[in-house]
Ligand binder design. Sequence first.
Ligand code: B1M
Length: 210
Amino acid sequence: MSDLKKLHDALLAGDAKTVVAVTKEALEGGIAPGDLVYKHMVPALGEAGAKFEANELFVPELLLIARAMKNAMEIIRPLLAKSGAKPVGRVAIGTVKGDLHDIGKNLVASMLEGGGFEVVDLGVDVGAEKFIAAVKEKSVNVIALSALLTTTMPFIKTVIEALKSSGLRDKVKVIVGGAPVTQDYANEVGADGYSDNANGAVNIARKLVA
Ligand code: B1M
């Protein structure tokens, strides 16, 4: 049995080497990849956020933490996404313009893959024009928008409005999420679905394309 407190502490310390070593050990020891992420790593990121707000951690430390998380996710992601099923739909996912947070977006992408979707990952800081191009050129039937900052959340509306003015709004379903986003906001901007977590995003996407 691996020491998962060590994983939590190493992630909070931004110690990528230990995070990767404990992640491998835990997976070999039979811990479910989803449990590793949601029960141990996401809470550590939440603590990092609280420490950041309290001026106990600063951006350089957050970057080290994010890098450690990314390295661990490179091992975990293929396990979350394992699925032999025929694709149920094609999703273009991205973090909206001005926003560089991608840990949650990457989790949603992995879970969508695991849920049987083909995923076109547009990355971070994605402008409306890239989502529009994905609808036109990659025939996606779902757009998934993630926003982590209160200042970037309004770009969700910008993308939905751009889909409308390009005459594409009826061709795709739009799902939205990210820490500041709420069901009320999703309703207000005319999104088709909202979830506060990655699993919920998959369930909603599946319902919307059914
Ligand atoms: Co930033 N950051 N950050 N940050 N950062 C937050 C978000 C913040 C809450 C920290 C805080 O102050 N407590 C705060 C935002 C405050 C606000 O807007 N009200 C903040 C800030 C202020 C900033 C900067 C402005 C700091 C600065 O420079 N002064 C800056 C902005 C940069 C930019 O984007 N332009 C910044 C930078 C960074 C780093 C680059 C250092 C790093 C990101 C690295 C990376 O992502 N590669 C970082 C980090 C790590 C965080 C915290 C600590 C962790 C975010 C995270 O990954 N959470 C964060 C504090 C926190 O969240 N507690 C914080 C874990 C992740 C699994 O959760 O992304 O919420 P989350 O995703 C969840 C759900 O939200 C949902 O499912 C996911 C899994 O369950 N979900 C969806 C997400 N997308 C979805 C889409 C869906 C459905 C569900 O459908 C499509």
